[in-house]
Design a protein around this ligand. Structure first.
Ligand SMILES: Nc1ncnc2c1ncn2[C@@H]1O[C@H](COP(=O)(O)OP(=O)(O)O)[C@@H](O)[C@H]1O
Ligand SMILES: [Mg+2]
Length: 412
């Protein structure tokens, strides 16, 4: 059989730990996968940042990208490679660029998801420009913030319409706090959103291709304890959160994203799910970190070997068709969206592929995540983030949690 090599590129920034683990696991897997009339080998390389000719060839079949949302040279290189060289990248750079939190709220409200009531308000201040004054004088209506507050009720959250990483987010308990927050909001365009209050569970569902992982989250804990190790929600709830997350990800063309949802009683409310390129660091994921590395390997290898085609245009019509069904019960509707999502992520074919070609990943990962090399990779990330006197203790904390994962889940 003819042999060919497919290249997987890693487009990285401050990532330290997961790429070391990813590369080492790929080396240990030493894959040679029969596909059609070839034996496919995989090679991994880190992308560099340099001038490029728009017509130059691209040797990569798949790129795992961590930069698009903020580093534009890499983003534009990726766009060129998708358009001209048939590159498969996660995530879709156009979608990341244009679909902020606001779009994600509108779209999922339209699909009937239980998104808390949300308003957008014009900003308090503006960047000066020639047209600003006539525009505002002619068309900006004076409004009463207090009235909007009354209609939403307290507590509520004020947060940037395109936000992330908690920047500019405030919880607001009454009208005077609302007015004060608005005064301080500067040039940011803000949402006001009803709080899910109280909530009894907070779960982040990470989606990577068709794979999902449920992580209980404690927003009040220090960063290293926010992702909790145990999860106590039912299988039906997991199914619902998986359906919601895969729907969102397929809708926006995001292979890798996380969906934050809050539970109040028996209802789940998604509140923050435009997070393409979510946290991948061992310093926050710890116990869940091996899952992420393995999921990344499975999906990138699958996409590279099968030469999965990038969906360059987002096709929303099938989702809207279901949304337009007049009498479909909520749970059935979400399941119908998720069926489209699972088809787009080629779930059945992917699972078959993993069973056939990646069955040794569990054992290899179990071994690797117990090695000094893994401990050292954890240490490198810890050293980049923590003060010197805390490096030993935090390395042991995170590595210890990875060992707990090995004991509880990693045994092949
Ligand atoms: N509607 C809401 N109800 C309850 N808590 C919320 C709500 N919106 C935001 N929060 C809290 O604020 C945090 C940050 O808001 P979020 O929408 O997740 O913004 P970011 O994109 O910056 O993470 C959330 O993790 C949650 O703790
Ligand atoms: Mg959030």
């Amino acid at each position: 059989m003819a042999e060919s090599t497919r290249w997987i590129g890693l487009s990285l920034g401050a990532d330290i730990c997961w790429p070391i683990c990813y590369e080492e696991l790929m080396r240990r897997l030493d894959l040679a996968i029969p596909h059609k009339k070839e034996t496919v080998k995989l090679a991994v390389e880190r992308l560099t940042i340099e001038p490029f000719d728009l017509k130059q060839a691209c040797k990569y079949t798949v790129v795992i990208d961590r930069l698009t949302h903020w580093f534009h040279t890499s983003r534009e290189w990726i766009k060129k490679a998708v358009l001209m060289d048939d590159l498969y990248v996660f995530n879709n750079p156009w979608s990341i660029q244009s679909m902020e939190k606001h779009t994600s709220y509108c779209a999922m409200m339209k699909l009937g998801m239980k998104i808390p009531e949300t308003w957008m308000i014009p900003p308090k201040d503006y960047e000066p420009s020639n047209d600003l004054r006539p525009t505002l004088m002619s068309y900006a209506r004076l409004f009463d913030l207090g009235k909007i507050g009354d209609s939403l009720g307290y507590p509520m959250f004020m947060k940037p319409y395109d936000g992330g990483a908690w920047v500019g987010v405030s919880k607001i308990d009454n009208e005077s706090a609302l007015r004060a927050s608005y005064e301080q909001s500067g040039k940011r365009v803000m949402h006001l959103q009803s709080a899910v209050n109280p909530f009894d569970r907070f779960v982040r569902t990470i989606g990577l291709g068709p794979q999902t992982r449920f992580v209980s989250y404690d927003p009040g804990a220090p960063l290293h304890d926010r992702y909790m190790m145990d999860i106590d929600i039912s299988d039906e709830e997991k199914q619902l959160l998986a359906d919601i997350t895969l729907t969102i990800n397929a809708f926006f063309g995001w292979d890798f994203n996380s969906c934050e949802a809050l539970r109040q009683g028996t209802e789940w409310y998604p509140i923050d799910y435009a997070n393409p390129c979510p946290d991948s660091q061992v310093t926050s994921l710890h116990y869940h970190f091996p899952w992420l590395v393995k999921a990344n390997i499975r999906w990138s290898v699958y996409c590279a070997v099968t030469q999965r085609q990038m969906r360059k245009n987002l096709d929303w019509e099938p989702f809207y068709k279901i949304a337009a069904e007049p009498d479909m019960p909520y749970r059935e509707r979400i399941a119908a969206y998720a069926a489209i999502a699972r088809k787009r992520f080629e779930t059945d074919r992917f699972e078959e592929f993993c069973a056939k070609h990646l069955s040794h990943l569990d054992e290899i990962a179990y071994e690797f995540f117990g090695t000094d090399m893994c401990r050292d990779a954890v240490r490198k990330k810890v050293a980049a983030l923590f003060p010197a006197h805390e490096v030993d203790s935090f390395t042991e904390l995170f590595f210890g949690r990875i060992q707990k994962w090995r004991d509880q889940e990693g045994k092949a």
